[in-house]
Design a binder for this molecule. Structure first.
Ligand code: SF4
Length: 473
């Protein structure tokens, strides 16, 4: 992936073809329909019985399906106003023009080379804004949070785009009817949801990141070739739920420990009951570990730690080689490259910045339920660099000089006197792939204010548009 920014790492966007908001079909109003979500889907509802790839293809033929942004300037302008796009004139934009560096009095800030919005997320938010713009009088719904960022989701709500929340294991889509617009978020929707909305005849705006769709394709290949998908992910994460829905047989492993257990089972066998208890929420319906692990393919939640996905791939490969012999490896193990570049770049940049001896500590900005952000925090902690993870500037109290921050394992902690005004400091900063630049700017504003109560902000300076490469997966 190329970048045009000085850092060479700014997220890319798709130019693609203009989205087509084709003529809406107006079906009869539908009765209340509860669609299983998270646990029910992972436990293996009926969606795997649907041919996922054929279904996705058929959506294109409905005339009610949009899956590319239109690059509408009015929507872009609104995103700028709301601070939910890339910064083009604020502090982050200005840092980009000077080597991701900023000096403010005694504070030096180093911005990671790759940070913030990935193209998939920016693209999803843009498509949601464009949907609102294209359908000013219609009811708009998102089947989940569009991305894992509370402020962006709040903005959508303010634009009268309703996020359909889960009720336990299910979602009630019954209020969505003829003429409404349904937006699928960046991490996708399940086969069952796609099928349901296709049959309802609503207008569909599919913002699923093409990288996520690429994983779906690999899972689909596993299914077609009678491989069981081993998905490295979190079984309750929306993206993994969607990915699993495209597989016939799957098991989800969250880390190396679970992968090792799986591989030990493949090599040596074990208690079927214990296996099924351990992976109760993470296997397909009717999964049989005794018969379904002789041919496995690896897939991943795109925001997992890249190194760990690679290690799991190597472990599976070694296991299948040991069990069946190197000459038969291809018959028993399938690996396709599906690790998202954006996640990888942010993680690599984090490794680089925490190795910088001048850095006193890190600040990581991103939603507390954002998987990729949690991994950035995890890397800093793992490398022994003090790191404060906040989801917004609201976690920082300027007058008290306190910060309420989250640790990688989930604990929320308040640290007092976390900054020492008067003492020179070098801060490394990064942000998760679902974090708009404005959030970073607001955090830094508060940091500067703690050091200098008279600090009143950085004057905007037009740094030009964020030019991103054309790329299609
Ligand atoms: S992190 Fe990667 S896969 Fe996820 S939305 Fe961004 S670009 Fe797409």
């Amino acid at each position: 992936m190329q970048s045009t920014m000085m850092s060479g790492q700014r997220p890319a966007a798709f130019s693609g073809s203009k989205a087509r908001l084709d003529k809406a079909v107006r079906p009869a109003k539908l009765a209340r329909v509860l669609v299983p979500t998270v646990r029910a889907v992972v436990a293996g509802a009926t969606e795997a019985e649907v041919d996922g790839r054929a279904l996705r293809r058929s959506l294109n033929q409905t005339g009610r399906y949009v899956r590319q942004p239109r690059n509408d300037p009015i929507s872009q302008q609104k995103m700028d106003e709301h601070g939910v796009g890339y910064s083009t004139s604020g502090l982050v934009a200005q840092m980009r023009t000077q080597g991701n560096l900023w000096k403010e009095g005694e504070i030096t800030v180093k911005l990671a080379k790759a940070y913030g919005y990935c193209w998939g997320v920016e693209r999803a938010v843009r498509m949601a804004y464009e949907a609102r713009q294209a359908h000013p009088d219609k009811k708009l719904f998102v089947t989940n949070e569009i991305i894992h960022n509370p402020e962006v989701n709040q903005r959508l709500k303010e634009m009268d785009i309703e996020i359909v929340e889960a009720e336990g294991d299910q979602k009630d889509y019954s209020k969505i009817g003829t003429g409404d617009v349904v937006i699928f978020p960046a991490f996708g929707a399940t086969v069952q949801e796609l099928s349901d909305f296709k049959n309802r005849g609503v207008q569909m705006v599919d913002t699923t990141c093409p990288w996520v769709a690429k994983v779906w394709n690999s899972v689909d290949t596993h299914t077609r070739r009678s491989f069981t998908s081993v998905i490295h992910g979190k079984y309750s994460h929306e993206e993994t739920v969607a990915t699993a829905s495209f597989a016939s047989n799957y098991v989800i492993v969250k880390d190396m420990k679970e992968a090792q257990y799986l591989c030990d089972f493949i090599l040596n066998g074990g208690s079927r009951e214990e296996f099924l208890t351990k992976f109760a929420k993470a296997v397909s319906k009717g999964f049989d570990p005794d018969t379904m692990l002789s041919r496995v393919g690896l897939a991943n939640q795109t925001t997992m730690l890249k190194d760990e996905t690679e290690q799991i791939g190597k472990l599976l490969e070694k296991t299948m080689m040991q069990k069946y012999g190197p000459e038969k490896l291809n018959e028993h193990f399938l690996l396709m490259e599906t690790i998202c570049d954006a996640t990888q770049e942010r993680q690599d940049a984090l490794y680089e910045i925490v190795a910088d001896p001048e850095i006193d500590f890190m600040v990581v900005v991103g939603g507390f339920n954002s998987s990729n952000t949690s991994h950035l925090q995890e890397i800093a902690e793992h490398k022994g660099v003090p790191s404060f993870w906040v989801d917004s500037a609201a976690r920082i109290d300027v007058e008290k000089n306190t910060i309420l921050h989250k640790l990688a394992h989930g604990e929320l902690r308040e640290t007092t006197n976390w900054l020492t005004p008067g003492k020179a400091v070098t801060i490394g900063i990064t942000s998760g792939a679902s974090t708009p630049d404005r959030a970073v700017e607001e955090v830094l504003h508060k940091v500067f204010k703690i050091y200098n109560p008279d600090f009143s902000g950085i004057a905007p300076k037009d740094c030009g548009p964020v030019v991103t490469p054309d790329e299609e997966h």
